[in-house]
Design a binder for this molecule. Sequence first.
Ligand SMILES: *[C@@H]1O[C@H](CO)[C@@H](O)[C@H](O)[C@H]1NC(C)=O
Ligand SMILES: *[C@@H]1O[C@H](CO)[C@@H](O)[C@H](O)[C@H]1NC(C)=O
Ligand SMILES: *[C@@H]1O[C@H](CO)[C@@H](O)[C@H](O)[C@H]1NC(C)=O
Ligand SMILES: *[C@@H]1O[C@H](CO)[C@@H](O)[C@H](O)[C@H]1NC(C)=O
Ligand SMILES: *[C@@H]1O[C@H](CO)[C@@H](O)[C@H](O)[C@H]1NC(C)=O
Ligand SMILES: *[C@@H]1O[C@H](CO)[C@@H](O)[C@H](O)[C@H]1NC(C)=O
Ligand SMILES: *[C@@H]1O[C@H](CO)[C@@H](O)[C@H](O)[C@H]1NC(C)=O
Ligand SMILES: *[C@@H]1O[C@H](CO)[C@@H](O)[C@H](O)[C@H]1NC(C)=O
Length: 683
Amino acid sequence: MEIIREASGTRKWGLIIMHLLLLLGDCLCSSRTTNIPLQDTFSKGRELSSSSSSPAVKLHVENHEQVVIENGLVRVTLSIPEGDVLGIEYKGIDNVLESQNQDYDRGYLDVVWNQPGKQSAFERIKGTNFSIVMENEDQVEVSFLKTWKSSMEGSSIPVNIDKRYILLKDSSGFYSYFIFERLEGWPDIKIDQIRIVFKLKEDMFKFMAITDERQRLMPTAMDRSKGEKLAYPEAVLLTNPSDPAFKGEVDDKYQYSIANKDNTLHGWICFKSDPRVGFWMITPSTEFRNAGPMKQDLTSHVGPTTLSMFVSTHYGGKDLTMQFRGGKPWKKVFGPVFVYLNFDRHSSSLWRDAQKQKSIEMESWPYVFPQSKDFLPSKQRGTVTGKLVVKDQYINSPNVADSAHVGLALPGNVGSWQTESMGYQFWTQANNSGDFIIKNIIPGDYNLYAYVPGIIGDYKYYSNITIKPGGVINLGDLVYSPPRNGPTLWEIGIPDRTAKEFYVPEPYPNLSNKLLNREPNNKFRQYGLWERYTDLYPKNDIVYNVTTSDYHRDWFFAHVNRKIGNKTYEPTTWQIIFQLENPNQQGNYTLQLALASANEAELEVRINDPKIDNPVFSTGLIGRDNAIARHGIYGLYRFYSINIAGNLTVKGKNTIYLRQARRTGPFEGLMYDYLRLEGPPQK
Ligand SMILES: *[C@@H]1O[C@H](CO)[C@@H](O)[C@H](O)[C@H]1NC(C)=O
Ligand SMILES: *[C@@H]1O[C@H](CO)[C@@H](O)[C@H](O)[C@H]1NC(C)=O
Ligand SMILES: *[C@@H]1O[C@H](CO)[C@@H](O)[C@H](O)[C@H]1NC(C)=O
Ligand SMILES: *[C@@H]1O[C@H](CO)[C@@H](O)[C@H](O)[C@H]1NC(C)=O
Ligand SMILES: *[C@@H]1O[C@H](CO)[C@@H](O)[C@H](O)[C@H]1NC(C)=O
Ligand SMILES: *[C@@H]1O[C@H](CO)[C@@H](O)[C@H](O)[C@H]1NC(C)=O
Ligand SMILES: *[C@@H]1O[C@H](CO)[C@@H](O)[C@H](O)[C@H]1NC(C)=O
Ligand SMILES: *[C@@H]1O[C@H](CO)[C@@H](O)[C@H](O)[C@H]1NC(C)=O
């Protein structure tokens, strides 16, 4: 490891200026037209030279009960001392939040936690001390602090939580961030979820946008409550919707999930106002989210509701729960995230403008304006660079780790980042030559982890990496030797940690969500696909001939149970058949098996004798990631190198039997990522 330079002290000012320029630049080049009646204050704010004459940020406290912060563009009302968001006024809409909801049920931070052995509690975090952190014409920052005392044990989460809100001049939205701190000796707890929630005005915000394609007018909360609950309460068949166009469709918030690395912008558009108004959640960094870049989580959903998920166990299960043990002190900053509001005649312009704003926020990360010293600006952070090379002795192709995902997370075992929820994670994607640079890393001790598209397994750098403020560490060439024992005899799938290349069936026409039809690669998000296995394989399970079968067509995306009526299921056994002309009876073969998901499953592997009691290999009971029910196409990645003694093989036809042995319900099962049979080592 080598420190090659210290970050320059002028960086901070450069960033401030860049941030302001970007904010202004966006206003100047946005598609807002002069036909739209603009407030005076707003049009002034759009002129570069007159930014000093645009309205100052103002704060006033009303009746000791509410604090209002405003900047001529938005006006945000927060409750004192709780710090709930009561109102957001924008473009003539007096409150974009649902004013019919209780004060605590419009914009809030909540945590799902429990004491070990006790029931889990859902707690909306209420500040008890309000204070003004900064108040000048360019910026207001307010704090709502909840402090914990031992007298509160059991009734409130033993964490001090400082909820901060920031409003900047000329900024069409507001920032919020949350500082969590536990002091030494505080009681053990577990946390399953931390998120912020905004509930928008139901009769106004009807159009949801979460990706370029996944956007449309949505059903209502009432449509859902009048509908029919399907296999679990989140999935509802809309039997009696207010708009008949939705009749017969399924709505389920898990259909709108996105992987952390892409879960950066989503929201709603109001068609009722003139011009139209957009409400957007922009999450400019995923450093504070748990479980790494591939972890999927919720976005926006029918309500209309918009979330920013900081921590959850979705698509991973209890392995992702935060565990606080032994009274160790701990502190973490979640956010800032940006609630952005915009207006235009056209929804598409609103979406494009929100994307542009997202880029501005991401480029300005880490922000320079948060006042808490716990949020570190760039110059107090460090950098790691290097080049990842893949060495697989049986592959002659170039050894670069093309587009590898490389990241820092707390020290742990190989691959542990995907269940790591306590610390920060910093990820990047290498370029085509495997070169990577990870910037803005918060000082501390980490391991460096990586996974490479098209390559099995997980990389971990052998030693801990200590990041110092302003430090740059160049690791040079790093070599990843993926699992390999012998030459490839056959393979099924693509090692990409998902099951998306396999056969994803058509949804039941009476259970589809038409929103998902807009993206062809989204079919896996449809409801009820697990039951299609029984339709396609009513009696006999998959038999996959490695010579003639095609995994796009012949390998069902999930290894699920067969429904045999009245909530009864039977286990299924898939066969892979292959020829061996000259089996090596003395050598060892290897089945490299990568799973993309497991849910209360037990996979048994046998060869040539499906009845034998002791399988060649069993995973034991694994997984609670629930990716089948939640339309995930992957959950947690698991990798196994399975030894198959050569004396179990025969000349001619051989069969590998894959049996998923648990069968109490529809959601026990697996998704494969990739399988490869390797012959005995060649020396
Ligand atoms: C909370 O406010 C009270 C009264 O204003 C003050 O005495 C106390 O020190 C504050 N507590 C914290 C933790 O700031
Ligand atoms: C990858 O990045 C390195 C370092 O920035 C650069 O030298 C190299 O040309 C890049 N390679 C490709 C293929 O972009
Ligand atoms: C790396 O850090 C972890 C956690 O701090 C520690 O347990 C471990 O001993 C360290 N390993 C080395 C090689 O220093
Ligand atoms: C959907 O159609 C299938 C037959 O294709 C039928 O078995 C099922 O009961 C229908 N489900 C609903 C909710 O109507
Ligand atoms: C389904 O099984 C349950 C319990 O095993 C039984 O009570 C019920 O009568 C069965 N229903 C049908 C239609 O067979
Ligand atoms: C095959 O594997 C077994 C069990 O791991 C081992 O004992 C044996 O030495 C191996 N045989 C060869 C030829 O490598
Ligand atoms: C097959 O080979 C394994 C070691 O690779 C050995 O343990 C086992 O006894 C052999 N079985 C037979 C039937 O020879
Ligand atoms: C797989 O299909 C090929 C081509 O039809 C056939 O020759 C072979 O016998 C099949 N393999 C087995 C093990 O049945």
